[in-house]
Design a protein around this ligand. Structure first.
Ligand code: NI
Length: 169
């Protein structure tokens, strides 16, 4: 099933998600649906709050469905180490058509649980480190625009407001 993606402005994107506590067939189905939804939207990461589910769960695939081994599922993830700095354009499926230069760590190590509830620790560099940080931010109620200057963030906010008014958001 492909879910509609929740856009910026919805409250579910602004609050911390609840930990996943049950690892069952229902969670597996949700994860499969999240991958389908992410691929349909041409994203490289998707967090459960983005489909309106306030659970600490995200999926990532920086290969955009080219390499099955690149599929990552993280429940209750945290960043345990970060190193270096990278600056690159970043976007978000919840803020379609907005991209902005965003600073992230060059390397990030994350710890969480896989879809079966087993503890995993993963290291990412470059785009993967960026995806880890972006998705884990979502699970803490933070969007990439929170990392921008106030000026840049307000400019995006104003544009979204206009689009909401025009019924285009
Ligand atoms: Ni996002």
């Amino acid at each position: 099933m492909i879910y509609p993606i929740v856009k910026y402005g919805q409250e579910v994107l602004d609050r911390p998600a609840a930990p996943v506590t049950v690892f069952d067939a229902e969670l597996e189905k949700l994860v499969a649906d999240m991958f389908d939804t992410m691929y349909a939207a041409h994203g490289v990461g998707l967090a459960a709050p983005q489909i309106g589910i306030a659970k600490s769960l995200c999926v990532i695939d920086i290969s955009s469905n080219e390499k099955p081994s690149d599929r990552i599922v993280l429940a209750n993830p945290v960043v345990t180490a970060a190193e270096g700095k990278q600056t690159d354009e970043e976007g978000c499926l919840s803020l379609p058509n907005f991209r902005a230069s965003t600073v992230r760590p060059m390397k990030a190590t994350v710890r969480g649980l896989d879809v079966t509830g087993k503890e995993i620790s993963l290291e990412g560099e470059g785009l993967l480190a960026r995806a880890f940080c972006h998705e884990i931010d979502h699970l803490n109620g933070i969007l990439f625009i929170n990392h921008l200057s106030m000026l840049k963030r307000d400019s995006i906010r104003r544009k979204v407001k206009k689009m909401v008014k025009a019924g285009e958001w």
